[in-house]
Design a protein around this ligand. Structure first.
Ligand code: AMP
Ligand code: GLY
Length: 422
């Protein structure tokens, strides 16, 4: 079976590595992939957002299954285009990807179907949004409706910050058309958990819950990033929380999407806040999380290719989805300066790994076999262990064996989760 994986980051490397383990996998293409994946996939220099390039590639090669990593191609309708060409595709179509592509779509869906989430108001007129803020409680959260490269959400501690966020999105068009409508939302508190689940629209099979670390610096300080590390399973997500989520959030979301005529098939990501009033949805993503996927997939005990095929064929209920006991930790090695300006082009050598270790590459370029850094997030050092503390120590031991000039990583990945277990 020949597989085309769309995307080129650490998440896609994790998907490629897990698919490679399947005895059914033959050729795996990665579009565009990255320089560190070349042992496992054939990298094809076509960008993940070049939909016509991807379709042309898929038509001229014997692709049996497409697996789409990033949000942009899903929101833009790559699944629809590939399915129209008869190519089975893991990832939702454009109608279902609205669950991530439009915050307003997601909020209205949750309101209509009674799925617990933060209270909100929506605005398309900046003057109305600004006057609403005059009496709103603080802190308050301002969200651009459309995709904004992870920058569309402001948690404002002061009224002025909230007003600045409204003006930036609606008047200055900082996120283009994505900010012409906004959501102003109640501020929630509690531990955050990322819960990804395979679903074919009928059955839902959750992956182990993960804790992401979005801020650049230790102690959750500094700017938001694409994720600096993750641990799984999250100890915040107890059996009782899992049951509440299944009954009040996961199954109602599947039913809601079916009722709206846009069944969700793929990996549905629930960004959850475990509030004192029960679990609530902070956001949905229409795809695997990054770096949660890198932390979670090394725990997968069954064949990923079988699961993805079962999802595309609407028979997930028959598939085996099992995970190994134990914990996993992923530490992101980034370029100093990320998520702001950073230098690249530093040479990089990948060490040998032990059976409990995995090194995923992201911003890595290969030239005649020599690797250099080429992005903000460069590598993901992942390790598993029977205890969370052991998995964390092992991931840092691996991170410590990789060196490239200008490397930066957080020293406290998993610390908050460890504190719960103590
Ligand atoms: P998002 O871009 O939707 O992932 O949001 C980025 C981050 O903003 C989330 O991971 C939360 O930490 C925070 N956030 C989003 N919505 C809320 C909310 N209603 N209350 C508190 N924090 C929030
Ligand atoms: N780790 C958060 C995301 O993938 O959006």
């Amino acid at each position: 079976m020949n597989i085309m994986v769309v995307g080129g980051g650490g998440r896609e490397h994790a998907l490629v590595k897990a698919l490679r383990k399947s005895p059914k996998a033959d050729v795996i293409w990665a579009l565009p992939g990255n320089g560190g994946m070349e042992n496992e996939a054939l990298c094809v220099p076509i960008a993940a957002t070049d939909l016509s390039g991807i379709c042309a590639f898929a038509e001229s090669n014997p692709v049996d299954l497409a697996v789409i990593g990033p949000d942009d191609p899903l929101i833009l309708g790559l699944t629809d285009l590939l399915e129209a060409r008869g190519i089975p595709c893991f990832g939702p179509n454009a109608a279902a990807a609205r669950i991530e592509g439009s915050k307003l779509f997601a909020k209205r869906l949750m309101e209509k179907y009674n799925i617990p989430t933060a209270g909100y108001a929506e605005f398309s007129d900046p003057a109305k949004a600004l006057s609403y803020l005059d009496a709103a409680p603080l802190p308050i959260v301002v969200k651009a409706d459309g995709p904004a490269l992870g920058k569309g959400v402001t948690v404002a501690l002061t009224r002025e910050e909230a007003r600045d966020a409204v003006r930036a999105a609606m008047e200055d068009k900082a996120f283009g058309e994505s900010g012409s409508r906004i959501v102003i939302e109640e501020y929630l508190t509690g531990p955050e958990v990322s819960l990804m689940a395979f679903t074919d629209g009928k059955t839902i099979a959750p992956l182990p819950p993960a804790t992401d670390h979005k801020r650049a610096f230790d102690g959750d300080r500094g700017p938001n990033t694409g994720g600096m590390g993750a641990v799984a399973p999250s100890p915040f997500y107890t059996q009782a929380v899992a049951e509440a989520c299944r009954e009040r959030i996961f199954l109602p979301t599947l039913r809601a999407m079916n009722a709206e005529g846009c069944p969700f098939k793929g990996c549905l990501y629930f960004g959850l806040m475990l509030t004192s009033d029960g679990p609530k949805v902070i956001e949905y993503n229409c795809r695997f999380g990054d770096p949660e996927t890198q932390a979670v997939l090394p725990l997968l005990g069954s064949d990923l290719l079988d699961i993805l095929l079962a999802v595309t064929q609407g028979r997930l209920a028959e598939a085996e989805v099992s995970f190994m006991p134990g914990f996993s930790c992923c530490v992101v090695l980034a370029s100093q300066g990320y998520p702001g300006a950073y230098k690249t082009g530093f040479s990089l050598e990948l060490p040998q790994t032990e059976p409990w270790e995995t090194l995923y590459t992201a911003g890595v370029h290969s030239e005649g076999g020599a690797l250099t850094t080429s992005g903000g997030r460069v590598l993901h050092a992942v390790a598993t262990g029977s205890e969370l503390s052991g998995a964390i120590c092992r991931a840092y031991a691996l991170a410590g064996r990789v060196s490239f000039e200008n490397a930066y990583f957080r020293r406290d990945i998993g610390k908050s989760a460890l504190e719960v277990l103590r």
